[in-house]
Design a protein around this ligand. Structure first.
Ligand code: HEM
Length: 404
């Protein structure tokens, strides 16, 4: 199945409060209003489609879950068929005390200084994508622009060929949009990813370099070599977390500004003024936060008064929390002047996004270069053709008129 196609065997959701499904075709384009509607009735929605799973939609509940590793484990970070075997991709799938060692190993590669060194190359890359569009009147800002930028970033870091980009995007699609329901697809995509990671890491063991793949291939914690399976997990996580997250955020920003000429004009006027742009990028992240995670309940407790028990799964709906009126003044307004913006797009607590510096840089450079090149671009139609569902939500096609 391709983006936007509907699985005929799965009935569409008609009751989001008691039967939600993050792979329902309505989720992609409408998730924000679905969450708002649920929140106006109850802080937690439920479903039995993946075994028992709950979906809290308030900032308070999301803080509670992210801070509580005693009751909520990260060994499953996607709400999926309950019999799906666990898959190690540390640090995101690790709980304390193991988590810290894995995180510390990868963290230095994403520090602000290292990431800042990538800016010029990312700008050059974005300008080349824009040059490839040439003097056309119309373009697809997702297919011809947003989807390529994070692939460029993570491929440069890992030292892997960008020519494999279509394969990475295919893995991402099958992994996030098909695998939670389909164990056969899940096993296939894991096998393909593991084979690629194994080959890359084995190559770096034989021929060390200074890229992130080589760091992973030679990983040690407290002087002990990390198990090879876990190194494969690190590598796979870099590919999965590094690509469609930022692709979705860039795409959402492009989609938004295509429809808001007044805001676009302010950004054009601001040139690359850091303060104005930084506020704009944070508001894109708040409003369109792409990433929803999950946890497995390992000890009975309550979420906003809703009892949960071992074996239940819960979404950690960071994007819904970003629209909670208890946490934000006028959350439904995309506000370029929002000064207090404590959004949770990058998560909270020990698993807070390790790639946030890179994501912010890619998002800023991508939007600045696009808006400078096409200050008058507008959305071609009111409807975006396709949005990705589920764990990472964002537009996959953005038909635009480039010159108004
Ligand atoms: C706009 C883009 C991005 C968003 C919105 C985002 C969001 C998130 C969120 C919400 C988490 C928390 C996971 C949890 O609590 O279970 C997370 C963790 C993580 N992210 Fe990102 N992410 C983005 C880009 C990236 C990039 C570019 C990378 C680079 C590879 C990356 C790597 C990671 C890693 C490794 C973790 C796990 C950290 C840990 O468990 O300690 N992310 N991200």
């Amino acid at each position: 199945m391709a983006y936007g196609e509907v699985d005929d065997e799965v009935s569409p959701v008609t009751d989001w409060l008691h039967d939600w499904d993050w792979l329902d075709p309505q989720w992609g384009a409408n998730a924000i209003s679905l969450w708002n509607d649920i929140r106006s009735q109850c802080p937690v929605a439920t479903t039995e489609r993946y075994g028992r799973a709950v979906m809290p939609v308030t900032m308070e509940a999301i803080h509670q879950i992210a801070a509580d590793t005693e009751h909520f484990s990260s060994w499953r970070v996607s709400v999926a068929r309950p019999e799906a075997p666990p898959r190690a991709a540390p640090p995101i799938t690790s709980d304390p005390p193991d988590h810290l060692g894995h995180r510390r190993l990868l963290l230095p590669s994403f520090n602000p200084k290292k990431v800042a060194l990538m800016e010029e190359d990312l700008r050059r890359f974005c300008r080349q994508l824009i040059a490839n569009i040439g003097d056309a009147d119309r373009a697809d800002a997702a297919e011809q622009y947003s989807q390529h930028i994070p692939v460029h970033g993570i491929c440069s870091m890992l030292g892997i060929p960008e020519s494999d980009a279509d394969m990475f995007r295919d893995w991402i699609y099958r992994n996030f949009q098909l695998a939670p329901r389909d164990l056969t697809v899940r096993a296939q995509v894991i096998a393909e990813m593991n084979a690629y990671a194994t080959q890359t890491l084995q190559n770096r063991i034989d021929h060390p370099t200074d890229d992130l793949s080589s760091l992973i291939a030679h990983a040690e914690i407290d002087g002990e070599a990390v198990e090879f399976d876990l190194k494969v997990g690190y590598f796979n996580l870099m590919v999965l977390a590094g690509i469609d997250t930022t692709w979705s955020a860039i795409g959402s920003g492009l989609w938004h500004f295509a429809q808001h000429g007044d805001q676009r004009a302010r950004l054009v006027g601001a040139n690359n003024d850091d303060a104005v742009w930084s506020q704009a990028i944070e508001e894109v992240l708040r409003f369109y936060a792409p990433v929803t995670m999950a946890r497995q309940v390992v000890k009975s407790t309550e979420i906003a008064g809703c009892p949960v028990h071992p074996g239940d799964q819960t979404l950690v709906t960071f994007p819904a929390a970003n629209h909670d009126p208890a946490a934000f003044d006028r959350p439904e307004t995309f506000d370029l002047d929002r000064e207090q913006n404590r959004h949770v797009a990058f998560g909270l607590g020990i698993h807070r996004c390790l790639g946030s510096n890179l994501a912010r840089l890619e998002l800023t450079v991508a939007l600045q270069e696009w808006i400078r090149a096409f200050p008058d671009y507008t959305l071609e139609t009111e409807q975006v053709t396709t949005w990705a569902n589920g764990q990472v939500r964002g537009p996959r096609n953005i038909p635009v008129r480039l010159h108004g």
